[in-house]
Design a protein. Sequence first.
Length: 263
Amino acid sequence: MNLELYQIDAFTDKVFSGNPAAVCPLREWPDDKILQNIAMENNLSETSFFIKEKDGYYIRWFTPTTEVKLCGHATIASAFVIFNYLTPGTDNICFNSKSGKLYVRKQKNTLILNFPQELAIVNELSNDYVDILGEKASSIHCISDHSIMAVFNSEESVRLLKPDLQKLLKLEKSLVVTSKSKLKSVDFVSRCFCPQEGINEDPVTGSNHCFLGPFWSGELNKKSMVARQLSRRGGELFITLLDDNRIEISGKAILYMKSEIFF
């Protein structure tokens, strides 16, 4: 079996920045073990697979170690491949997924995700998290059963944070740290650590902004915001909250590599 494989840098317009995702279009679904092995071999934070359906595409995402329910940057990467290489001339896509319907539209060189919002629940501050974070956050929030969000008072705290990943691994949750930005051109910043998914630090995490967006909208009293992820590669996202509990997350993408898998 030979499969096309694209590697796309998402949430950037320059190669070697943003978040790289592998994109593998399929005609039919192989065994899940094959999908997981391809993602492990690619060794990127996510590999997306999709097949054509009557009303759009069905999409799935795998890290090097597991399947995840939602991924923003690999969805933008998949849409970039469809818009530019598979069906040029189209400018709207509907993806069906384990997280429901996800929409992407193209507006010149910008790709706009339409995802469901997710709300953060405030937890009481706990010393348990100080051991993981290395310092005390101003507040700790629970995001469903998959993530912890720690809010800090300064961007420097987020930028310099060195969490204990071994202790975080035992929680089986990802850690998102965030603060208001010190720059006038950016509203808030974040970083994301998810060792339980085989990713120590994710470069740019689109899906996290499904809860970061509503949280900072309430804090800043703004519906449209600019966000920056402070990983080594870095990336920029443009956020707009919609009235139907949906959120738009916008960014650009660029082709790094097109190749073929042989197995």
